[in-house]
Design a binder for this molecule. Structure first.
Ligand SMILES: C[S@@+](CC[C@H](N)C(=O)[O-])C[C@H]1O[C@@H](n2cnc3c(N)ncnc32)[C@H](O)[C@@H]1O
Length: 242
């Protein structure tokens, strides 16, 4: 369990609209290549010129990923005041910050957010944060106990570090998505929402068939904040039948 401090980031005022930083058209060059691999240099160059990275910094968000969830919510409206949210693969916490803000966790009439990541991360105020492998047999029990009831939304942004070998990366992310869905089937309240990260072009048919049997609306969405060059896409399932 995470016992570290609150992290103390600003929770309010999250917005999916392009802010000033996002519109600035920054272009920063990496000045020194010393001690960096070509891959590291490219990563740094991309970070320095990424408007979502600048916006996240400006708005006190822990990751640029926060804007993917905000954009999904602008489109689909699933993060409502009072809702109970499970956030899997939550570190460093951008999605958790957005969820806490949207459901008004910790406020009168507000909802609850339970978040888990396998890697150490700093707790977020008004969310129950856990450091644990979601594939550990004990993880579902830990989350259910912390939430204390059915969930309105199960989010999974879980991804193992990529190997660069497409089929391997795809298999790994599918394993995480399948585990997230199996759990969602157990904990989602009727009418609930399931969202998970996938890679485009993979053999996800079996999972898709299963989800379509249990949810009225199923689609793939790539939010604008998801990098074009990334194969990442989100599977969104709405109106869980219960
Ligand atoms: C893309 S990052 C998530 C970013 C996060 N949504 C945010 O907004 O900051 C993917 C996360 O999945 C986590 N992850 C991968 N496998 C996991 C597992 N088996 N259990 C829990 N978390 C896992 C990784 O540690 C990583 O932090």
């Amino acid at each position: 369990m995470n016992t570290k401090g609150s992290g103390g980031r600003r929770q309010g005022g999250t917005s999916a609209r392009s802010g000033t930083a996002a519109n600035r058209g920054l272009h920063v060059r990496v000045r020194t290549a010393r001690g960096r691999t070509v891959g590291q240099q490219k990563w740094l160059q991309r970070q320095l010129n990424d408007p979502y990275v600048a916006k996240a910094k400006e708005e006190g968000m822990r990751s640029r990923a926060a804007y993917k969830l905000l954009e999904l919510d602008v489109k689909l409206h699933f993060l409502k005041k009072g809702a109970k949210i499970i956030d899997l693969g939550a570190a460093p916490g951008g999605w958790t910050q957005v969820a806490v803000d949207k459901v008004k966790a910790g406020q009168p009439g507000g909802g609850a957010v339970v978040a888990m990541d396998i890697n150490p991360w700093d707790e977020i105020k008004d969310a129950r944060c856990f450091i644990m492998d979601f594939l550990d047999d004990r993880a579902p029990g830990v989350i259910k106990e912390a939430l204390g009831g059915k969930a309105d939304v199960v989010l999974s942004d879980m991804a193992a570090p990529t190997t660069g070998h497409g089929p391997t990366d795809h298999l790994r992310i599918m394993g995480l998505a399948e585990a997230a869905w199996a759990f969602a089937e157990e904990v989602l309240a009727p009418g609930g929402t399931f969202i998970c990260k996938l890679f485009q072009g993979g053999a996800e048919n079996e999972l898709l068939t299963q989800i379509k049997q249990r949810c009225r609306v199923v689609k793939h969405v790539k939010p604008p904040a998801s990098r074009k060059e990334s194969a990442e896409v989100y599977l969104v399932a709405l109106e869980f039948k219960g």
